[in-house]
Every structure is written in C-alpha cells, then in structure tokens.
Write a protein that binds this ligand. Structure first.
Ligand code: IPM
Ligand code: MN
Length: 342
C-alpha cells in the first residue's frame, strides 16, 4: 500500500465547503489500496486580505514536493480581478509546468442539457496550460492618458504545442481516435499556422487517429449544434478557457465539470480542480454541489494510476445523479450520498 502526499488548497467561497466532501470520497474509494497524507494550505482571498500573502515561496516549495494537489476554488469579489488569478492559480499552473489542462465534458444520464437534442456528449478538451495569451507578456504605457497603449502578446512555442498535441493524440488512442485542432488560423496566421504544422507532424506518429481542424468561432457553434461530433479537442490556452465554459454549460452546467492541470512529465505535481469558481453568492450556506470537486478526485486517482478506483467514483456520481440529481440537498448530503455508493 503506497502513501501519497496531497496538497489541499480549499481556497475561497464554496471551495472550502466542497473540498472536504471530495477528500472524504477520495479516502473511501481508496480504502485498503492507498494512503493519503494531506497538507492544507491556507491560500486565497481570506489570506490575502488578512496579511497580503498570495503564494509564499516556502509554500510553493512545499507544494512542489507533494504527489498531487487538490484545489477548491479561487476568487473573491473583494479582491481586484487578476491578483489571485495571476498570483495564485496561474502561478501554480506555470511554476509546476502544468502544460496539459484536461477538461472532460460528459453529459451524465439524468442531467438536463440546455440543448433540445444534446445527443451523446462525451468529449475532452485538451487545453494548453502554460503559454498563449496567459503568459502575461505585454504591457501598458501612458496609462490613464488618452494615448494609452496596452498589449497582450500570445506566446506559442513549437515545444509547447508539440507536447500538448502529443498528449491529445495519445489520449485519442484510448478514446474514439479523433482529434480536432481548434484555432483561428485564418487570422492568427503565425501561431495558427505553427499549431497546424505541429499537429500534422505529431499525427504521423498516430496513423490510427483521424484529425481535423475548426476555427474557434465555428467550434463554438458545433458545441451547441452537434457536440457528439467531438472526441478530443486540442486548443490553446485562451480558446480552451472559453470553449470549456461553453462545454460545461451544454452538459448541464459547470457543476458537473472537473479538470486536471497536468504536468505529464511528472516532474512536478499535477493539480485537480472543479471548473467552476468560488460562487460567492451561495458561499457559506452549505448548498454548493460538490459533484465537480468529487469528479476532480477521480481525475487525480486516474493520474496516480488508480483507474479502477476512479471508475468507481465516476459510477457512483452517475448513479447519484440518476437517482437524486433533481432533489434539493446540502453539500454534505450530496457528499454522503455519493460516498455511500462506493
Ligand atoms: C479557469 C479559470 C481561470 C482561467 C481563471 C480564474 C484564471 O477561468 O480555470 O478556467 O482562465 O484559466
Ligand atoms: Mn475559465
């Protein structure tokens, strides 16, 4: 029985309420097969508002030594936009080189999609996690004058695109063997052209995998008109951010969407989090749905090689939704209900 060290960052708002439920499920699902040691990190808006700290170096160094990270949610209306996003969440993704942002979208039976004819939705967005417009390259000059100039530069490296593309094709081999590159190569002719050439090259290593291409604007249409056409969507950081919110909506809301920020070379720990935010409007009431956080633990387990246990969590969630998905329950009740099915 192996022991794993897990960094837990509940974060803000409902993050604090859903994370314990996820941990309880993780414990139960791995009873007898693995041991988890948790280290809680008090990071997020509360900490920042009380002492001005966002992510101290000592914490980052400690986090680097863990086997994986469980994150709740980060964000608070009292903190100016960008501070925690850049200083905590993106800093972790970048410092831990989590270049794969893995975001599955599956329409669980019993969940009502806003689409009239959703079909069988089951695709995964492989979003690049460390480059593109998220790098923070650029700047502002002559701020607060009529001559202000602001730039945000999208950084795309062959290395970065190639490693995420290879991951997408490897994933497609385990799925329906279809990769769709999404970009905007009719306008972003430099980066788009490079991404396409990367994909064409990597595709040669995977003769069984079919691949096609969509402009991002067209892709947003297909996600609502024909989502079952997708298997693996490969895209850059910002397009992936936007598409996965849309994808979350078509599978019944981001309450069912989990994600993994993966360092596929295992040099640093990977981080698992629900796609949804800290939901300050319902924080503190104990009514947030912990399902996405629980599904994040399934992704964590899959990452550590516990496929069977991950499968069981997935099945428990599916059964819970089918039977009780439409009932009003507290956060803890949903957690307990799912736990009872393991
Ligand atoms: C997400 C979020 C983040 C992102 C924000 C909070 C920085 O929207 O995880 O999708 O843009 O990646
Ligand atoms: Mn987002």
């Amino acid at each position: 029985k192996k022991t794993y060290n897990i960094a837990v960052i509940p974060g803000d708002g409902i993050g604090k309420e859903i994370t314990p439920e996820a941990q309880a499920v993780l414990e139960k699902a791995t009873e007898g097969v693995a041991e988890f040691n948790y280290t809680d990190f008090d990071l997020g808006a509360e900490r920042y508002l009380s002492d001005g700290t966002i992510l101290p170096d000592e914490d980052l160094e400690l986090i680097k030594k863990q086997d994986a990270i469980l994150l709740g949610a980060v964000g608070d209306p009292r903190v100016k936009a960008g501070i925690l996003e850049r200083g905590l969440l993106l800093k972790l993704r970048f410092a831990l080189d989590q270049y794969i942002n893995l975001r599955p979208s599956k329409l669980y039976k019993g969940v009502t999609s806003p689409l009239a004819n959703p079909g069988d939705i089951d695709f995964v967005v492989v979003r690049e996690g460390t480059e593109g417009l998220y790098c923070g390259a650029g700047g502002a000059v002559r701020r607060n004058t009529p001559n202000e100039v602001a730039t945000e530069v999208s950084i795309n490296t062959w290395f970065g695109a190639e490693r995420v593309a290879r991951y997408a094709f490897q994933l497609a081999m385990k799925r329906k063997k279809h990769v769709t590159l999404v970009h905007k190569k009719n306008v972003l002719t430099n980066a788009g052209d490079m991404w396409q050439r990367v994909v064409d090259k990597v595709a040669q290593e995977f003769p069984e995998v079919e691949h096609d291409y969509l402009h991002v604007d067209a892709a947003t249409i297909f996600i609502v008109t024909d989502p079952s056409r997708f298997d693996v969507i490969l895209t850059d950081n910002l397009f992936g951010d936007i598409l996965t919110d849309e994808a979350g909506a078509v599978v019944g809301g981001v309450g069912y969407s989990a994600s993994g920020n993966i360092n596929a070379s295992n040099e640093y720990p990977s981080m698992f989090e629900p796609i949804h935010g800290s939901a300050p409007d319902i924080a503190g009431k104990g009514i947030a749905n912990p399902t996405a956080a629980i599904l994040s633990t399934a992704m964590l387990l899959r990452h550590l090689g516990f496929d069977e246990q991950a499968e069981r969590i997935d099945a428990a969630v599916q059964a819970d939704i089918l039977e009780k998905g439409s009932t009003q329950r507290t956060t803890h009740e949903v957690g307990q209900d799912i736990l009872a099915r393991l």
